[in-house]
Design a binder for this molecule. Structure first.
Ligand code: BES
Ligand code: ZN
Length: 632
């Protein structure tokens, strides 16, 4: 629940900005596509500034993907055969690509003329393929670059096989698949994937549960999905069923612990269905990724990808799974039109997540989580207000920027509090009926902010007084947190805050802290609110009495390490270094490196980063390079 402001700046890397690769097929031309700018794509009248595709001219409806995954060269070579629907007067179809080498293109089985336009930062290159309105099928044979941003190739060692996983959201799918990479363009897919034998391949699709003898796997995704939900993982994983329609995949070292940690998947799924209607994707499985995964979780349909750092041994961090599961409705079923509407994906999902948590674990727990996220939100609003107040609006304007800049607490937690305000204004029953109707009416469609406001005013806020009380404008198009933000109160968190004051003023001895009876959320609150100037001696007291430095809960460990850095508590440094090298989850990395930087330990930060960087995903190195500078 603690999202870290992503250094909005994301300074231009300016790499390969101005080159243009022209197709190598004999029939390709030098026709320039440099004028193809990503400003014109219109999904339901909404512009997507982050895609070159123009679905109103020609769009894809189905993909047959035939791929070969090669760990030695760190490449995927594939043919993507798309079924297309073209307007009668269409003369071309446009795809997004980023660092792809296109070998050949056919339209309806015949060699076709194609052109790769100039590369732009973040967006990559448009691939324009000549066709006519009668075209039915476009096939693109290509290879992705070994440095493709979506992919992380994790090296094997004596005990472990290598691992590959993709992270496509927001606009990285185009680094491993030429696609119409806009959330409003959905298609079904089948795939045939060849991987080294001994490894299992998994996708956001119907998946195998056993390894194949020859490393060949077939997949089918019958529900249409947008490209950012395309996902592939290849590794030495096993499957364990958890419930009738749920299960986990993990490497053998972790399969037991994962099956235990996530044994409540069925309960979460049933709670979700009871709240907002039937689950549309048949199965819900989890894949536990290597610790280098840059996020906590990613809602790839049918197969959520999760970080192993949520395996705490006591099921205390499952709210993350509730979140990814909730995306099966908010996001995967009703999808944000563009990344400017990201709050429609994430704000709804945090709201839904908390409702699942409340149903399964009780209001005490969900209110505690919400209270923690409120603190994170207030801090982040303050930080963003100093840099770019417009970024605190729910409706964003990310044109010309990396959509990753929108991944802040605003979309998530300001979004959550806005929905909670709606709930409190109309009453829970009315709000639940509204949300059920909303998901049903827009299933497998897109939604943009204006469309949502219109739907809301027509179906929920029909009463003028309620409209005035809510003040949509302030929430959606205004900066900061509006004054009518719902208040949250957690008795347990208040208890922690009282203890914290006592302990830090020396009134409560370390031995008397109720550490053992505290849940992880209480421990987290305590550690993350320790005064910055807490001395190393006082950290030692905590460590010796309560063994905090050896906790198995990574949220608690993270809070401990951050304060250890600020207190320059050296005994925690070996663990801190090991954590930064093993774990690639950005929401942990950013604050830890930042703490080092802010406390005059930049040299140490750079030294650790140089060692850790080769193991991080591009999503994480992008942010850390901005923070620390890329290593020489
Ligand atoms: N869909 C997001 C992850 C994401 C967002 C990836 C934008 C790339 C661009 C996922 O559902 C998510 O929000 N993950 C959170 C965890 C969650 C409990 C808030 C994360 O990884 O921190
Ligand atoms: Zn999410």
């Amino acid at each position: 629940m603690f999202r870290i402001f992503q250094l909005g700046l994301c300074v231009l890397g300016l790499i390969g900005l101005a080159f243009s690769q022209t197709g190598c097929s004999s029939s390709s031309t030098q026709e320039s596509t440099e004028q193809i700018v990503p400003h014109a794509i219109i999904i339901n009248q909404v512009m997507d500034h982050h895609s070159y595709s123009r679905p109103e001219e020609a769009r894809v409806t189905h993909l047959e993907w035939d791929a070969h995954v090669d760990f030695d060269s760190r490449t995927i070579t594939a043919t993507a055969t798309y079924t297309v629907e073209a307007a009668e007067d269409a003369e071309r179809i446009l795809f997004d690509t980023h660092d792809l080498t296109v070998a050949s293109v056919t339209v309806d089985g015949k060699d076709a003329t194609f052109n790769l336009g100039a590369a732009r930062e973040f967006l990559g290159q448009p691939l324009s393929i000549d066709l006519t309105g009668t075209a039915k099928e476009v096939a693109i044979t290509y290879t992705c670059s070994p440095g493709a941003d979506a992919l992380l190739w994790v090296e094997g060692d004596e005990e472990h096989q290598p691992f590959l996983f993709t992270q496509s959201q927001a606009i990285l799918a185009r680094t491993w698949l030429p696609c119409q990479d806009s959330p409003g363009i959905r298609y079904t897919y089948n795939a045939q994937v060849q991987v080294p034998s001994g490894l299992m391949a998994l996708m956001s699709a119907e998946n195998p549960t056993e390894k194949s003898a020859d490393g060949r796997y077939s997949f089918s995704m019958k529900q249409a999905i947008p490209s950012y939900l395309m996902a592939l993982a290849v590794g030495d994983v096993e499957f364990r069923g958890v419930g009738e329609h749920t299960g986990v995949y993990a490497i053998s070292d972790l399969i037991e612990a994962s099956a235990y940690e996530f044994s409540e998947l069925d309960a979460l799924l049933h709670a979700a269905e009871n709240l907002y209607g039937p689950y549309a994707w048949e199965r819900y499985d989890l894949l536990v990724l290597p610790p280098a995964f840059p996020f906590g979780g990613m809602e790839n349909p049918r197969l959520t990808f999760v970080t192993p750092t949520i395996i705490a041994g006591d099921r205390s961090l499952v709210s993350l799974v509730a979140h990814e599961l909730a995306h099966s409705w908010s996001g995967n079923l009703v999808t944000n039109s563009t990344w400017d509407d990201f709050w429609l994906n994430e704000g709804f999902t945090v709201y839904f997540e908390q409702r699942i948590m409340e149903d399964v674990y009780g209001r005490d727990i969900s209110e505690m989580l919400v209270t923690l996220s409120y603190q994170g939100l207030v801090d982040e609003v303050d930080a963003i207000m100093d840099v770019n107040p417009d970024d605190t609006h729910l409706k964003l304007h990310l044109q010309g920027r990396n959509p990753d800049d929108g991944m802040t607490a605003i979309a998530y937690d300001k979004g959550y509090f806005f929905l909670r305000l709606l709930e409190e204004t109309v009453g829970r029953n009315t709000f639940d009926a509204f949300l059920r109707g909303y998901f049903e009416a827009h299933a497998f469609k897109v939604m943009d902010t204006d469309g949502f406001i219109e739907y809301l005013n027509a179906h929920l806020l029909t009463d003028e007084r309620q409209r005035t009380a809510v003040n949509l404008d302030a929430w959606i198009f205004g900066a900061g947190l509006p004054a009518n933000c719902p208040e949250v109160k957690s008795r347990r968190i208040e208890g922690v805050d009282a203890v914290l004051i006592g302990w830090s003023q020396g009134l409560m001895p370390t031995e008397q802290l109720p550490w053992e009876s505290w849940l992880y959320q209480e421990r987290y609150r305590f550690l993350s609110n320790l005064p910055d100037d807490t001395s190393a001696d006082r950290m030692a007291e905590l460590d010796i009495k309560w063994g905090i430095g050896s906790t198995g809960n990574n949220e608690v460990l993270f809070a401990w390490l951050e304060q250890s850095i600020r207190s320059q508590y050296q005994p925690a440094y070996p663990r801190m270094r090991q954590f930064l090298i093993e774990v690639g989850r950005r929401k942990f990395l950013t604050p830890l490196y930042k703490a080092l930087k802010e406390t005059g330990q930049l040299d140490l930060a750079r030294e650790i980063y140089a060692a850790a960087r080769p193991g991080y995903h591009a999503v994480a190195t992008g942010t850390m390079d901005d923070l620390l500078g890329p290593p020489e």
